[in-house]
Design a protein around this ligand. Structure first.
Ligand SMILES: Cc1cc2nc3c(=O)[nH]c(=O)nc-3n(C[C@H](O)[C@H](O)[C@H](O)COP(=O)(O)O)c2cc1C
Length: 343
């Protein structure tokens, strides 16, 4: 069975990628992910705030004379505020590249295109095979319109692109008014891959204690539908790799994402919930399913149900939407959409 995959120009032994989380920041876990047949790993993010704090620290230290050194030290940001500092992160990349024979993608998480971006060069020099850019910006300023916000995103992508020559992925939030258009412009700005989607971390309210709670709920398979929709819609229409991210619990979601048109499928929650051996079950489950259904490779199903492939026969998204609403409750058992290839 041939599961070989190309993701943003990188050869992967299969399409399964362990996405960014604290798990991928441990060398031992990386080795176990390699044994569990992961196709690639994304290291946890280094954040703009961490890089800036380090840069500020250096500026203060170098601006201050040797005599005032002890005093300058009192300005240092709390070193315990972040898990891993910028220097240690580069060391993690070097160690990861040495420890495993898998593509190592570093992750840069920021919202501005200012000086800190030059850090991306260090990521490339440390040996990362690719870079994933997570622009996680909360547009709470009521004065900033959508166009300005999109331009802000694009500027970050262009600025990072200018720093590195390794493949660049952009992890997108689904909250753009014209997602296809911003996806296209991300590609024009230099992205070789789009990761659909970044997951919003939203608060809940504890009504007993009357407080906001910022906890982190792991995802479930119910959350695959939005990324599925957009992967299905974008496949074959942009010169870019597509990675599905969010909601993988079992091989079923992996297969659905590939059928929709994902080049690679990422998972974090499943690994945190079920442990690293879940990676092996996902890869094995995909392999078994392909065999049972007479497919010789992962490529053979990739995009089989994409909009691009179904275009002539399939109804428009709006026609499907009207149909779903009007067929309820019949639509609950999920009628196959006209234009689907026979199973
Ligand atoms: C504990 C935890 C830490 C995470 N840390 C990062 C991170 O550092 N950078 C990042 O881009 N995404 C991070 N993510 C998001 C995941 O990479 C992934 O995009 C998200 O969990 C959705 O995928 P899933 O449904 O497979 O969990 C984190 C997720 C979790 C649960």
């Amino acid at each position: 069975m041939d599961l070989a995959t190309r993701y943003m120009g990188l050869p992967l032994r299969n399409p399964l990628i362990a996405s960014a989380s604290p798990l991928t920041g441990e060398l031992d876990a990386l080795r176990r992910l390699e044994d569990a047949e992961a196709g690639a790993v994304v290291l946890p993010s280094i954040f703009e705030e961490q890089i800036r704090a380090e840069q500020d620290r250096w500026e203060r230290l170098t601006a201050a004379g040797a005599d005032s050194f002890p005093e300058a030290l009192t300005y240092l940001p709390d070193p315990g505020a972040y898990r891993v500092g910028p220097d240690r992160y580069l060391e993690l990349i070097r160690e990861a590249v040495r420890a495993v024979d898998l593509p190592i993608l570093a992750s840069l998480n920021g919202v501005t295109s200012e000086g800190w971006i030059s850090y991306a060069k260090g990521i490339e020099e440390a040996g990362a095979d690719g870079l994933e850019l997570n622009i996680y910006f909360f547009p709470t300023d009521l004065g900033e319109d959508g166009q300005a916000l999109e331009e802000r995103y694009l500027q970050v992508v262009r600025a990072v692109r200018a720093q590195v020559s390794i493949p660049l992925a952009v992890k997108l939030l689904p909250a753009f008014s014209s997602l296809g258009n911003i996806a296209r412009r991300m590609v024009e700005a230099g992205a070789q891959a789009l990761v659909l989607f970044n997951r919003f971390y939203q608060p809940r309210i504890d009504i007993a204690q009357l407080r906001l709670v910022d906890d982190l709920a792991l995802s479930s398979r119910n959350e695959t539908r939005l990324p599925l929709f957009w992967i299905q819609a974008l496949r074959g229409r942009l010169d870019v790799s597509l990675a599905a991210s969010t909601g993988v619990e079992s091989e079923q979601e992996v297969i659905q994402y590939l059928l929709a048109g994902a080049d690679a499928v990422m998972t974090t929650s499943a690994l945190l919930r079920d442990g690293i051996p879940q990676m092996k079950r996902l890869v094995g489950g995909l392999r078994d399913w392909l065999e049972r259904h007479g497919f010789a490779s992962a490529d053979a199903i990739r995009g089989l149900l994409s909009r691009d492939r179904l275009a002539k026969a399939a109804p428009t998204a709006r026609a499907r939407y009207i149909d779903i609403l009007q067929r309820y409750p019949d639509a609950e058992d999920g009628q196959p959409t006209a234009g689907s290839p026979a199973p």
